[in-house]
Ligand binder design. Sequence first.
Ligand SMILES: Nc1ncnc2c1ncn2[C@@H]1O[C@H](COP(=O)(O)OP(=O)(O)OP(=O)(O)O)[C@@H](O)[C@H]1O
Ligand SMILES: [Mg+2]
Length: 318
Amino acid sequence: MRSEPESLRQQLGSVLDLVNRKWPRGEIALSEPEITIQQQRKPASGLVFAVVNQKGGVGKTTTAVNLAASFAASERSTLLLDLDPQANATSAFGIAATRHIYDAISGRCVMKDVVRPTELDFLDLIPAGRDLYGAEIELASVLNRERQLERSLSDLRQAYEFVFIDCPPSLGLLTLNALCAASRVIIPLQCEYYALEGLAGLLETVDLVREQLNPELGLEGILLTMVDQRNNLSRQVGKEVRDHFGVEVYETEIPRNVRLSEAPSHGKPVLLYDIHSKGAVSYLRLADEILRRYPRPSHSIAPTVASGGLASEGNTDE
Ligand SMILES: Nc1ncnc2c1ncn2[C@@H]1O[C@H](COP(=O)(O)OP(=O)(O)OP(=O)(O)O)[C@@H](O)[C@H]1O
Ligand SMILES: [Mg+2]
């Protein structure tokens, strides 16, 4: 029988081969000295990050919610779009809405009508609802079905510097819509033995979307989540991932932290629940790491659409 570390190395090796073949290092490197273009990017306007991993429970929603909140805490105008029928990002803000993302995608209303304010001045939310479960079936017969989100978001995205999309745990039509609407992909990777299962498929999907549907799409970074430094396996997986993916992995790691799992039940991102917790500090640090690549615009962008009066509902309309 193979030992765990050996087969882990094999898994990593095959993923690495694929990455090197499909994503030549220079194309996705983010912080090597010669890749200064990435670090001198123009100020972003409506830059869309898709938080994607078809594996369930790896920290996509926790990352989308807390990273978006941390961007907003740095006074960078941000929109969080919940594209998961489980609507976890929506409930993480204590929001119960009657109108959801799917009403906008399906043309029953325009996107700005579903935008909701949050407790943070620089953060708005587009909520999801369970009706999104039917979206894959309904969208299947629509022309350009993979571009419906991009189309309905096009008027709104420029009102924000950054848009985060929290994706569901699948590579179905909803995630495909997110990848068509996005410019950058953030992949949360849980530091456990099966972390890399499916990563090759995910990178291949991203690559395919870039080749055939969205040439702008690129990898923003891989994020190690739920890291437990006391656990040998967690440390080892983290080290192996860093050895192989190098600068594509964020320096900042997200530790396993109970405050991160408690915050959603209080309807708050962790920085409003316990700003001194390790979880809050890690996401603030991650935001800082990413925001260093995106200079603040010289002209001021209106903080948010919802607080600007375009969406007038309060936080609970049910
Ligand atoms: N760093 C962390 N420390 C402790 N708990 C965490 C951490 N990150 C996430 N969790 C918890 O782990 C569970 C799964 O996290 P999350 O919902 O963010 O994953 P997900 O990838 O969005 O899941 P799904 O695939 O179902 O959408 C949640 O209960 C969350 O509170
Ligand atoms: Mg989720």
